[in-house]
Design a protein around this ligand. Sequence first.
Ligand SMILES: C[S@@+](CC[C@H](N)C(=O)[O-])C[C@H]1O[C@@H](n2cnc3c(N)ncnc32)[C@H](O)[C@@H]1O
Length: 332
Amino acid sequence: MESHNDSLWEWSVFWHSNQLHACMPVNEESDSLAPIWHNFFENVPAGSSILDLGTGNGSLAALAVEVSHIKAPHFSIHGVDLADIKPAKYVAYAERLLSEVTFHPRTPMEKLPFQADTFDAVCSQFAIEYSTINKSLAEACRVLKPGGQLRFLLHAQDGILRERCHQQYEQAQTILASELFTATSKLLIALSDAETLNTPQTIKTAENLILPVKAVFDELELLFSTVKERSLIDNLFAAVRNLLGLRKSYEPQVLTKMNEDIKLLLLAQSKRLQAMQKAALDETKVNEMAEQLRQLKIDNVSLELATTSADNHCMGYWLYGEKRKTMCKEIL
Ligand SMILES: C[S@@+](CC[C@H](N)C(=O)[O-])C[C@H]1O[C@@H](n2cnc3c(N)ncnc32)[C@H](O)[C@@H]1O
């Protein structure tokens, strides 16, 4: 597992898995966004260069690739992320699409390694708000060609994604504060001793340690009894229970390490959920971003709510603009 002290360790851990998306586990929600992105990319001329800021495992870049296939010549698509991303390696099911994107890992969007006026379109999905926004906006505008387009999807303070992240963050904190991982670790070692040594004493010790683990599960189940969206809880409980079943196949040290890794993954998840809540923007902040774009010579700036298609719940903000074409007009 990556070093805890790495920049954006929590994201590197997340992207080193077979996941394309970070913030859209529910299909209906991502379905309402994809057509808007498709439309944006369709309006970008064939042969254009496109940059995706905070690309993660490339979910947005992959949408650009889909549109690129109907353009001749195709787009040249780049994705930057500060985390240690390697999408083509980890996301097996999208390998073909992602192999058409040039990814730039460990690259801050506040300091892009591209010359001015390089890209015809710069986009970002739930990412620019995690960075130092005024610097990233200035960089996005710098690398955008005159006449090029910007489109950003931003987390909203009162959106449903933030609400879900808040609930899951609280669940993760409750589990991390419990004795679950300590009790499980002790039980794993004791069970292994009991099976290897098979003495009355080791068997008794193992039996005595089953109860505390059961008690922690019961206590957590009680705390979560009213929770409706249980994906974090159920996945975590299944992973820990699974460890107890694996003890005949692995050495105790390996199982103890797996138990620690599950705890680290939960810690990483909790850090990501906290970062997301912090990144979510209120109306004042998104209006400030729109104003900064205008000052950076971006025209036709528009700010709209992004909503779910079924029930119109707020999913975030769309921020759009076009870089002014020529200097001549200004001189005249
Ligand atoms: C919520 S994820 C979104 C990922 C992707 N755009 C998507 O829609 O699946 C936010 C991403 O922004 C990246 N990020 C955060 N701060 C950054 C920075 N300063 N520069 C570049 N990337 C950054 C994180 O590593 C993470 O991958």
